[in-house]
Design a binder for this molecule. Structure first.
Ligand code: THU
Length: 136
């Protein structure tokens, strides 16, 4: 199974595909599925700003569209265009809620500060998650 540094490398590759002409902030994500497959995502902005999709959600949308439902970890990297990454890019609130639809509190979120992995869990980033579906 891929390790955290390799997952970050995948997210860095995904970041190169970012469509972010409005914010000039490029984000990459790499989602590790329980079958070992890694699905990449990037942020895709729109002239109607509310139509923008974050990198994490685009990775999840691709994976879910392929029939995947079980996920182990996601790596997320982000920085302004042209900048060297030197701080973590934590997932936005909408992405935290989105991930909680498919992932439990132990789901690993691998961030990157430019030097190495910074590890979080979904439970740490979104305690007391709102769910309609009970304990499934
Ligand atoms: N962005 C992400 O892709 N993921 C996040 O969790 C935070 C924000 C993107 C959205 C937008 O294209 C740009 O970063 C600036 O907000």
């Amino acid at each position: 199974m891929i390790n955290e540094r390799e997952l970050i490398q995948e997210a860095l590759e995904a970041r190169k595909s970012s469509h972010s002409p409005y914010s000039h902030f490029a984000v990459g994500a790499a989602l590790l599925c329980s079958d070992g497959q890694v699905i990449r995502g990037t942020n895709v902005e729109n002239a109607s700003f509310g139509g923008t999709i974050c990198a994490e959600r685009s990775a999840f949308l691709a994976a879910i569209s392929m029939g995947k439902r079980d996920f182990l970890a996601v790596a997320i990297v982000g920085a302004p265009h042209g900048d060297r990454i030197d701080k973590i890019c934590a997932p936005c609130g909408i992405c935290r809620q989105f991930m909680s639809e498919f992932c439990g509190p132990d789901f690993k979120i691998v961030l990157y500060d430019g030097e190495g992995p910074v590890l979080r869990t979904l439970g740490e980033l979104l305690p007391d998650t709102f769910l309609l579906k009970g304990d499934e």
